[in-house]
Ligand binder design. Sequence first.
Ligand code: CAA
Length: 240
Amino acid sequence: MQRTALVTGGSRGIGEAISKTLKSQGYNVAATYAGNDEKAAAFTEETGIKTYKWDVSDYDACVEGIAKVEEENGPIDILVNNAGITRDAPFHKMKLEQWKQVIDTNLSGMFNMTHPVWPGMRERGFGRIINISSLNGQKGQFGQVNYSSAKAGDIGFTRALAQEGAAKGITVNAVCPGYIATEMVMAVPEKVREAIIGQIPVGRLGEPEEIAACVSFLASEEAGFMTGATLSANGGQFFS
Ligand code: CAA
């Protein structure tokens, strides 16, 4: 039976690797994106994976978008909440808007996307919710009070919802990537990035495919006994 997976932020960065990996494993994959039409079109051209444009921080847009995805692809069995943004600044310089944008996207976005798919998963007795949190939600990061708060919230969301899904065949897990070679990490000033790499025992940034491998395991039928877990992939930078 071919299962359908929806990956938010699934046409770029870590999300792109997740979409491609799930497709290569035989899942029927759809991806959302928020802004970059050109990249999304190139991604669909290359992979054949359909993309849908909406902002995960907008609840009504999620309800509408998910209805369309399900109409065209069938019920969503696997939801990967990957979409995320950074608005880094030391706290004394952080604007309310930077706080709100990151909380609305990285934390409320998880509610907005999961809430509409949840009743269907409960009815069908199967579901996989995979939430992309972060190393920086586990340990906190200078310059990321907003992002660390949202990503720590994602772990709480995962642990609470896992308990509610367990009796209905729905697993809810989090993956915490460390520093991965994507545009998001490349946007960090070079000197800061070099210092960060110096703190990674493996001695390099991670690859998006290394996060996709974690997601693919959590999506599988075999992972049914694993729920509420936090899977860390950070090159040994932090253990929790
Ligand atoms: N610890 C302690 N002090 C630090 C520091 C750190 N990690 N980083 C900077 N500082 C200090 C600086 O030395 C400086 O001190 P002085 O004023 O005494 O000289 C002070 O903080 C201010 O630094 P800047 O002038 O650089 O401040 P800024 O406003 O230009 O930039 C910043 C600050 C935006 C936080 C910048 O340092 C930065 O981008 N840091 C990286 C943040 C980071 O790791 N982001 C992760 C993005 S990737 C991601 O989020 C994916 C994921 O999940 C892992």
